[in-house]
Write a protein that binds this ligand. Structure first.
Ligand code: BTN
Length: 260
């Protein structure tokens, strides 16, 4: 089981993970995190579960993960920067997780817009960002992160789409070390986003991205269409070119590499 004291001992950052709440089983770490107020769960609080009974993914999907083998956690954020920077949180999240995975496993992970992390073109990590607003706009963000760590078996329909760190690097990964390094990377990237213009971050994200120049399928709630991924805009949107040659920027939805 993931151990609070071990995480605290391994952490190098100053706020992310300094307050950790761990559950053996919970419906969803995101749902629980959203219910907490700022006094009991200040900026940087982390809620971790060994198992979720109603884990939630993006686009109303569910997130299913075997008990005790993966990382299922949410980070509670009270951003003090503007809404343009808040839109870049998915990118810093995926960059932080990708860098942490590479450090711990020696593998080369890639980022897939908006916030997935892939290894050998299969998904190892997904993120669900949920916000709540007050009088002055967005106040609180819950950044939910699911990493497939030591799970070896996947449902048949996910076999070509999902993988785990264990399956890719052939050894069991220490989840406490991994979550500590993810939190450290995340805090560093968050500070970078807070204090500097986002150009450097976007540049670094692009270096780990695999979509650009590739044919993709854009999946919307009721339909899908073919396009080519061109670039990432300064506001975090994905610039695509559709088959009639016109360019547009998308902010939500999901994309799939055309051959996937
Ligand atoms: C996706 O790729 O669709 C996003 C998956 C996000 C899953 C994580 S697991 C921890 C947190 N709690 C949830 O219910 N969801 C997120």
């Amino acid at each position: 089981m993931i151990n609070k004291e071990a995480i605290l001992a391994a952490l190098l950052g100053k706020s992310f993970g300094r307050n950790v709440i761990i559950f053996e089983t919970i419906d969803s770490t995101n749902t629980y995190s959203k219910s907490l107020d700022k006094n009991s769960a200040p900026h940087g609080t982390v809620v971790i579960a060994e198992e979720q009974t109603s884990g939630r993914g993006r686009l109303q999907r569910e997130w299913v993960a075997a008990k005790g083998m993966n990382l299922l956690f949410s980070v509670i954020l009270y951003p003090e920067f503007n809404v343009e920077k808040i839109a870049l949180l998915p990118l810093i999240g995926s960059l932080a997780v990708a860098d942490a995975i590479d450090k711990v496993t020696g593998l080369s992970s890639t980022c897939k817009w908006p916030n997935d992390v892939l290894i050998n073109q299969k998904k190892v990590c997904g993120m669900l960002l949920e916000s709540s607003s007050g009088e002055s706009g967005i106040e609180k963000i819950v950044l939910g992160i699911g990493v497939n760590v030591n799970q070896q078996e996947f449902p048949r329909d996910l076999l070509t789409k999902a993988t785990s760190l264990r399956n890719e690097c052939g050894r069991t990964i220490d989840r406490t070390i991994l979550v500590s390094i993810i939190l450290e990377e995340l805090e560093n990237r968050y500070e970078q986003l807070s204090h500097f213009s986002p150009q450097q971050l976007l540049q670094e994200w692009k270096l780990k991205a695999l979509l650009f120049g590739k044919k993709i399928t854009v999946l919307e709630s009721q339909s899908s269409y073919a396009a080519t991924a061109i670039d990432i805009a300064d506001d975090g949107g994905l610039i695509i070119q559709t088959e009639d040659g016109s360019k547009r920027k998308i902010f939500a939805g999901d994309v799939r590499l055309a051959y996937n």
